[in-house]
Design a protein around this ligand. Structure first.
Ligand code: FAD
Ligand code: MG
Length: 331
């Protein structure tokens, strides 16, 4: 917990310093940052006319804020919170419905490794509240027992749950979707070169000065070091890691990506990075592959044409899709 706070504070300081430095660069990129969805979101617009996108950047942040208001478990009247407390059907906003459809698709292709209905388990571990704890085995057994995604019913925009056991949690996909919305706003305003970065998960619009953007992938066991550098344009890149929200007890690391089958943190990977056209699908896939582990996870990535990925297994072994090898440089 204390470690997480320190890491978050350090990240905030880094982002704010970066923000102030880049703001002072005359004719440089337009860089703005806001705290959203429990993380620092940075939007950067590049190019000689970057200054004229100030209003579009504000609009892009507002679009992300709307997604947070609709999908956060911490906002009492979000679609997710209303479903959690409702006895009957709840009318979802089109955006929430779209995210739910993506989540259900990834749940399906990952044979339930990605499960957007494990909100009870997420609450039990307390990661979302910032006060994680190791639950009793009986509590975990009770939290995993349930119908899973089949316990949700969708009729038009009305969503209902079979029992109070089914608690929607879009934490593994909604951040990516919010990034996509922001990029759409920037593109609609005419920005051709931009990056939206939400705590390391990002989507790139166009290239940077005629060359690909260079994106460092955080080393899962060496804080501050990069594992590799990706050169990408017009792509999303999202990482799920066991170091992001974690605590240690009795020499064991417990983190926030949970295996729906066991109820415990998934233990087959240290980190998974996915490159795709959209951040929402990259976000959901990174979480799914993390739970599935290197073998099934790689098979899942290869079944999505145009989607690339890098998997760091629990023992530190690195595996990549063939397309990723063309865009990565190792340090
Ligand atoms: P990912 O791997 O992308 O996702 C892990 C998250 O997905 C877990 O935290 C859990 O919510 C869920 N999950 C775990 N296991 C599975 C699984 N097997 N299948 C499917 N989903 C799973 N954080 C704050 O501290 N304060 C906030 O106010 C806050 N508000 C948020 C509002 C929204 C709308 C969203 C999307 C996130 C918010 N967060 C907030 C952050 C959130 O708690 C998670 O940290 C974040 O979504 C996880 O993203 P990630 O990239 O670290 O990990
Ligand atoms: Mg994810």
């Amino acid at each position: 917990m204390i470690r997480s706070v320190v890491i978050v504070s350090a990240l905030c300081f880094l982002f704010i310093s970066l923000f102030l430095l880049q703001r002072q660069e005359a004719g440089g990129p337009l860089v703005r940052a806001r705290m959203l969805m429990g993380t620092v979101v940075e939007i950067k617009v590049d190019g000689p006319d970057a200054e004229r996108f100030e209003a579009a950047v504000t609009e892009a942040f507002n679009a992300m804020e709307r997604i947070e208001r609709l999908m956060s478990p911490h906002v009492p009247d979000s679609d997710v919170s209303r479903l959690a407390s409702a006895a009957g059907p709840v009318r979802f906003a089109p955006e929430t419905l779209e995210v739910l459809q993506i989540a259900l698709e990834v749940a399906d292709v990952s044979a339930g490794a990605f499960d957007p209905t494990l909100g009870r388990l997420v609450r039990l571990w307390g990661f979302a509240e910032g006060a994680p704890r190791l639950p009793e085995p009986a509590e975990i057994q009770a939290a995993v027992a349930g119908p899973g995604t089949t316990g949700l019913e969708i009729v038009g925009r009305l969503v209902s749950k079979e029992s109070p056991h089914v608690v929607l949690d879009l934490g593994g996909v909604a951040k990516g979707y919010a990034i996509d919305r922001a990029v759409e706003v920037l593109a609609a305003a005419g920005a051709g070169h931009a990056a939206v970065n939400a705590g390391g998960d990002m989507r790139l619009l166009g290239d940077r000065h005629g060359r690909p953007w260079k994106i460092g992938i955080q080393h899962p066991r060496q804080p501050g070091n990069v594992l590799g550098v990706l050169e990408l344009s017009d792509r999303a890149v999202v990482t799920s890691g066991d170091y992001e929200r974690a605590f240690e007890q009795g020499g064991v690391r417990y983190h926030h990506i949970l295996d729906p089958r066991t109820g415990y943190p998934a233990d087959r990977c240290q980190a998974v990075t996915v490159v795709a056209d959209h951040a929402a699908i990259a976000d959901a896939l990174a979480t799914a592959v993390f739970v599935l582990g290197p073998e099934s996870g790689m098979a899942l990535l290869n079944s999505f044409p145009g989607t690339e990925g890098l998997i760091v297994a629990a023992d530190g072994q690195i595996a990549t899709t063939s397309g990723l090898r063309e865009v990565i440089t190792w340090p």
